[in-house]
Design a protein around this ligand. Structure first.
Ligand code: NAD
Length: 301
C-alpha cells in the first residue's frame, strides 16, 4: 500500500478526458481519491463539445477499482463542476486546473476571438473553478490547488502571445492565492508541464514525443496535493522523467539619490551594472522585493 493516500479526499481534475489531465485523474484514483473527471470534450482549438472523453476515463478508473464521476461542463462554468463534486461526494479537497486549448498565431494575425477564448479557458476557467471550490476548502481547513502554467508563459514562444499571457497569469494567481490560503492550510502551486499529447503532436523531434508520456507529469502533481507536502507558491517545470523548480532572480540593481533625481544618461551609463546578475537576489515576497529600494532611500536620508 502506498504511503501517500487520498482515501477521504475529493479531487477535481479539469480537462481530464485526455492527455496530461487523464494521467492526473488515473494517478489520484490509484492513490484512493474520489475523482471528478471534468472535460468539455472539444477540439484542441476549443470548438465543440463531447461528454464521451470524460466518461471513458471514468470507466478506466472504475475498471481499476477506483471511484470517479464524469463532468462535461466547461471550466468557464466552474461553479457547476464544483456543484457536481458536492452533489456526488459532499466535499472538495483538491483542484487541479489543467483544461486548456491553443489558438496559436503570430501577434499580427491574432484575432480578438483567439485572444479572448484562450484567456477564457485558461485564466477565467481556472479562476471560476478555484473560486467556487475555495470556501469548501476553507471550511475543511485543507485544500490543495494546482495551476497549469507553461514554459511558453515563463520564457515566451513565437505565435503564443495569448497562451503565454494566460499561462504566466496563472502563476501570478498562484502567488497571491498561496498567501491568502496559507492560514487555512490551502496550498497553491503551479506546474509547467511538457507532455506528448494532441496539443504537442508534431512539435517534438522524432522519438521524443513517445518519451514525453503524460503520466510522467502526474507524480509531482499528486505529491504537491498530498497532506505530506507543505510546499506552496512554487512553480515547477516537469516532463520526460525530469523536473525542476523555478524562482525569480533579480539583479542587485543601481541606486541614485531620490532627492537629486537622475538623468536618462545616468541610466545609460549604469545600464550594464543594472543588468548584472553578480550578487543577484531571489525575493520570496513583496517585503523582500522592496528591501533594496528601501535601503536606497535610507542610504540618502
Ligand atoms: P490536451 O488537449 O490533451 O488536454 C486538454 C484537455 O482540456 C482536453 O481533454 C480538452 O477537451 C479539455 N478542455 C479544453 N477546454 C475545456 C473547457 N473549457 N472545459 C473543460 N475542459 C476543457 O492537452 P494537454 O497537453 O494534456 O494539456 C493539459 C494542460 O497542460 C493544458 O493546460 C496545457 O495548456 C498545459 N500544457 C501542456 C504542455 C504539453 O507539452 N502538452 C505544455 C505546457 C502546458
Amino acid at each position: 500500500m502506498s504511503d501517500i493516500r487520498f482515501d477521504d479526499k475529493v479531487v477535481i481534475v479539469t480537462g481530464a478526458g485526455g492527455g496530461i489531465g487523464r494521467a492526473h485523474a488515473l494517478l489520484f484514483a490509484k492513490h484512493g481519491a474520489k475523482v471528478i473527471v471534468n472535460d468539455l470534450g472539444g477540439s484542441a482549438t476549443g470548438e465543440g463539445a463531447n461528454s464521451e472523453a470524460a466518461l471513458k476515463v471514468v470507466e478506466e478508473i472504475k475498471a481499476m477499482g477506483g471511484t470517479a464521476v464524469a463532468n462535461p461542463d466547461s471550466v468557464v462554468d466552474g461553479d457547476k463542476i464544483v456543484q457536481c463534486a458536492m452533489d456526488n461526494f459532499g466535499r472538495i479537497d483538491v483542484v487541479v486546473n489543467n483544461a486548456g486549448i491553443l489558438r496559436d498565431k503570430s501577434f499580427v494575425k491574432m484575432t480578438d476571438a483567439d485572444w479572448d477564448l484562450v484567456y477564457k479557458v485558461h485564466v477565467e476557467g481556472a479562476y471560476k473553478v478555484t473560486h467556487a471550490a475555495w470556501p469548501h476548502m476553507k471550511d475543511n481547513n485543507f485544500g490543495r490547488v494546482i495551476f497549469t502554467s507553461s514554459t511558453s508563459g515563463i520564457y515566451g514562444n513565437f505565435g503564443q502571445a495569448n497562451y503565454g499571457m494566460a499561462k504566466l497569469g496563472l502563476y501570478g494567481l498562484t502567488r497571491t492565492l498561496a498567501i491568502e490560503g496559507q492560514k487555512n492550510n490551502i496550498l497553491v502551486n503551479a506546474i509547467a508541464p511538457t507532455g506528448g499529447t494532441r496539443m504537442t503532436e508534431g512539435l517534438f523531434p522524432a522519438g521524443a514525443f513517445d518519451k514525453l508520456k503524460p503520466e510522467l507529469v502526474s507524480p509531482l502533481v499528486v505529491y504537491l496535493c498530498s497532506e505530506q507536502c507543505q510546499e506552496t507558491s512554487s512553480l515547477f517545470e516537469v516532463g520526460g522523467g525530469w523536473m525542476g523548480k523555478v524562482r525569480w532572480e533579480r539583479s542587485l540593481g543601481i541606486g541614485f539619490n531620490p532627492d537629486e533625481g537622475f538623468s536618462v544618461e545616468d541610466v545609460a551609463a549604469n545600464f550594464e551594472q543594472l543588468c548584472s546578475f553578480e550578487g543577484a537576489v531571489h525575493p520570496k515576497n513583496n517585503i523582500e522585493a522592496l528591501k533594496e529600494l528601501m535601503a536606497n532611500i535610507q542610504k540618502f536620508a
